[in-house]
Ligand binder design. Structure first.
Ligand code: UFG
Length: 380
């Protein structure tokens, strides 16, 4: 079956967002609705809350008249083939943005079977059902983790991939391979791999944001919970790295910027953005199709291009919340690298996308979310 064409107005296009109730997913659904798309969310709520989508409806209702009516939610797991069949039969899905997956690095070491099964098999079921329904357009939520210890910084998309040190990272890397192979086997496929750096922040309304289960693994939610008084102090994992202040440096990107990168990727797939010769992966990279859309595998880093240290993040958050945040230096965390940040030229040149918000704004928005929802969605 030939592929659905994305060479149509957004208003006539339906996007399936797996994991759409999660942190990045919910912010992406807002941007899709505000850009006129019809959105179908599939999420099993294993690490997210339906309330997030209620708030997405509230945000988009004020932004644009009937946007909320263009969002449909199915509480299902992508591994459930029959459920996915029903969803594809019920909606004219043109493209998929695939976020659904387990994502805790440490937990993945303890539960490899769960991670491989959920992330890999789930994606295989999703792609198989999509193909049966003539949908071969997919944007995949990948990660800078695929670069492992990077060979050079800033990291370009050509930077060689390295073996991930944990099953979570392995699933991202393997799924990049699997999705690229779909195109090699059938050049109707249209695949975009977005390699995220460190998404933080929240929607400016403060009504949706990151809501991790239990003690946060990542720096920003941890700092935010210390700031709001739920946790005592931030542990700074190592101050003896070869970085300016000795603490780890990462490329933090505002989740709203990241979400907009997905809208840009869909336009790029639909031939509405970018011109000239795409770079990377030779002939695989987004060749033009007869209908003006692209076919191939587009790979893009989504970051800001700027690195910030752990201490800089803590200081920026202190400025946002207006009081000191206690911290203590702890030993390095296993598997952490000293420094990474993205080269973002490719996304800027081809997708016409670049991050707008700085670290101060990321922390202000994260603080607005955290202080008005100290217990996340559960307090709702
Ligand atoms: N850090 C602390 N204290 C904490 C948590 C983190 O000092 O309590 C430090 C880390 O050592 C690191 C930085 O803060 O230097 C950022 O750590 P995060 O856990 O927030 O983010 P990572 O860069 O380790 O992980 C992120 C994503 C992963 C992805 C990884 C590699 O969360 O999904 O980038 O791309 F795999």
């Amino acid at each position: 079956m030939s592929n659905k064409s994305l060479a149509r107005p957004h208003e006539e296009t339906t996007i399936l967002v797996t994991g759409g109730a999660g942190f990045i997913g919910s912010h992406t659904v807002v941007e899709l609705l505000e850009n006129g798309y019809n959105v179908v969310v599939v999420d099993d709520l294993s690490n997210s809350h339906a309330e997030a989508l209620e708030r997405v409806r509230a945000i988009t209702n004020t932004a644009e008249g009937a946007a909320r009516d263009r969002l449909v939610f199915h509480e299902e797991n992508i591994l459930d083939r029959e459920a996915m069949q029903r969803i594809f039969a019920a909606h004219p899905i043109d493209a998929i943005i695939h976020f659904a997956g387990f994502k805790a690095v440490g937990e993945s070491v303890q539960k490899p079977l769960e991670y491989y099964w959920n992330n890999i098999a789930g994606t295989l079921v999703l792609c198989e059902v999509a193909r049966e329904h003539g949908c071969k357009n997919i944007v995949f939520s990948s990660s800078a983790t695929v670069y492992g210890e990077p060979e050079f910084i800033p990291i370009t998309e050509d930077c060689p991939k390295h073996e991930a040190t944990n099953p979570y990272g392995q699933t991202k890397s393997m799924l990049e391979r699997i999705l690229s192979d779909l195109y090699i086997g059938d050049d109707e496929w249209n695949v975009v791999l977005l390699r995220y750096f460190n998404p933080i922040g929240a929607h400016a309304s403060g009504t949706i944001g990151e809501d991790p289960e239990g003690i946060p693994n990542n720096l920003l939610p941890y700092v935010a919970q210390v700031a709001v008084g739920k946790l005592a102090e931030v542990g700074v994992f190592g101050d003896d790295y070869p970085t300016p202040d000795g603490t780890g440096v990462r490329d933090y990107i505002h989740v709203v910027d990241l979400a907009r990168g997905h809208v840009a990727a869909l336009d790029w797939m639909g031939g509405k953005r970018g011109s000239g010769e795409p770079r990377g992966l030779g002939s695989m990279a987004g060749r033009p199709a007869e209908d003006g859309t692209r076919r191939g595998v587009g790979i893009f880093n989504l970051g800001t291009g700027k690195g910030s240290s752990v201490l800089e993040v803590i200081r920026a958050f202190e400025a946002a919340c207006g009081h000191p945040i206690p911290y203590a230096v702890k030993p390095r965390r296993a598997g952490d690298i000293a420094e990474n940040y993205a080269a973002c030229d490719k996304a800027r040149e081809e997708l016409g996308w670049q991050a707008e918000y700085d670290l101060a704004r990321m922390c202000e928005d994260a603080w607005r979310w955290q202080s008005s929802n100290p217990n996340g969605y559960k307090g709702a």
